[in-house]
Design a protein around this ligand. Sequence first.
Ligand code: GLU
Length: 250
Amino acid sequence: MKPPTGCRRGRFAPSPTGSLHLGNARTALVGGLRARATGDSFVLRTEDLDSVRAVPDAISGNLNELRWLGLDWDEGPDVGGPHAPYVQSERHEHYLRALDYLELRELTFHCWLSRKDLRELASAPHTPPAAYGTAERQLNEQLQAAREASGKQPGIRLKAAEAAAGRTYSFTDVIQGVRRLDPVATSGDIILKRADGMWAYQLAVVVDDILMGIREVVRGADLLPSTGAQLLLYDILEQPPPTYLHVGLL
Ligand code: GLU
């Protein structure tokens, strides 16, 4: 039986860090075909917040590569649409509104730690950074006064444990099956806005998927661990999460 229209409005959200690779092309193709199979629209969104990793010309390059592959989209940076702009660096006010809401609910705090502080706290420097938790909060408190006095800008983080209040999230991924994720253990106090003013991935992706009405997220399985933190954000922003489909990496 064919699922009803409206349940698979999808998107492909490349970061313009260079040419698309085969895995990106497959993700875009799966997302586009899934959305079109139910008569839903497919959105292209450029996730260019990480200006350090962004490569000049990769935005238009990525669009050209996708078109060359024969893919098309109903809304996007080049074709516009009702939820424009479709480029994250132009969506500041939407992220700010979500952050204001979380601040109002006292679910955020200022983080004065640098990447170096965080690296030094992690016991194994070559493993992915551990979740920001108790040790990081303690060091943050110790350093706060001095860092503030030196005129440094803080990043803004989510008080994950307070926000989750013991909740974990289980969901059925279309490919990976039933998963239960604990956002506090996996991601901890996620960064929402960096000290340099840049919006962070988790907040931006959730806010955009909510505002763009995305109902099915198709992306690489490397992002599966992030899904717990994102489900927590949907929860505290009081919005229904999309369905997820994490395709294995090529
Ligand atoms: N922009 C991310 C990437 O290119 C994808 C984010 C997502 O699909 O949630 O890896």
